[in-house]
Design a protein around this ligand. Structure first.
Ligand code: ATP
Length: 242
């Protein structure tokens, strides 16, 4: 069953066309990775999916409903959790406050928020340890865990992650991907992951898309994409670092 279906999507910034006729789907419980060079439109695609960037053409369907014109804040409530590039946690708020803000979509169900908070603190023991600390003073890895935890507080069905490994030491990247892999495997969470570390991302994902200049140029099962000559030339020429 398809959870997210993007078809013929076009979007941009003023005169800059960032996405041009993009088709992409994420199935229920599926792990999809989105690759592509700098400026290809990966961030723009995630932002369009979560409602932060307006579609100028095409259609976005989530769980069977057309959400193309649904505002971002309502998409959170529908089950789209977005972990933006660069974490963007609230630096002057504590870890707990950041997590509670993530639970805003569930604000009418106090016991649900409490349950989600316990779950997230259980999943990330380091956040539990640092729960009273200001988010601005966390290490890069801890802040990234907080960004993921905050998105989980809205009980998403789809977790859209924008380069969560950026700026993290290799060991921290492995730890973070371990958590994301577990959320997918154990809870059936659907994942749409933008990642520069192509080899690592492809080893986790079931399917992959490669964007270039706002268009999908390669797509298919992760194994097939990993074996594609263009992908190999672009990512596996020793520059992947994984
Ligand atoms: P990277 O891997 O470097 O993060 P990306 O694949 O995520 O790149 P986007 O950030 O989606 O690419 O950018 C796609 C295109 O849109 C680029 O040409 C970029 O310069 C342009 N762009 C992105 N944000 C804006 C903005 N706020 N205003 C104008 N142009 C923008």
């Amino acid at each position: 069953m398809t959870l997210l279906e993007i078809s013929g999507l076009g979007a941009g910034y003023g005169g800059v066309r960032a996405l041009d006729g993009v088709d992409l789907t994420v199935g229920v419980g599926e792990f999809v990775v989105l690759l592509g060079p700098n400026g290809a439109g990966k961030t723009s695609l995630l932002r369009a999916a979560s409602g932060l960037l307006k579609a100028v053409s095409g259609r976005i369907v989530f769980d069977g409903a057309d959400i193309t014109s649904v505002p971002g804040w309502r998409r959170v409530g529908l089950g789209i959790g977005h972990v933006p590039e660069g974490r963007q946690v609230f630096p002057d708020h504590t870890v707990l406050e950041n997590l509670r803000l993530g639970g805003f979509a569930n604000r009418r169900a106090k016991s649900r928020v409490k349950h989600l908070l316990d779950e997230v603190l259980d999943l990330f023991p380091r956040l539990h340890e640092r729960r009273g600390q200001l988010a601005g003073t966390l290490s890069g890895g801890e802040a990234q865990m907080l960004a993921v935890g905050r998105a989980l507080m809205s009980s998403p069905r789809l977790l859209a992650l924008d380069e969560p490994s950026l700026g993290l030491a290799p060991q921290k990247v492995a730890e973070l991907f371990g958590y994301i892999g577990r959320l997918h495997a154990e809870r059936g969470l659907s994942v749409l992951l933008v990642e520069q570390q192509a080899m690592t991302a492809l080893s986790l994902a079931e399917r992959a898309y490669v964007l270039e200049r706002g268009r999908v140029v390669v797509s298919g099962p992760a194994e097939t994409v990993a074996g594609d000559d263009r992908v190999r030339a672009a990512y596996f020429g020793g520059a992947d670092g994984s």
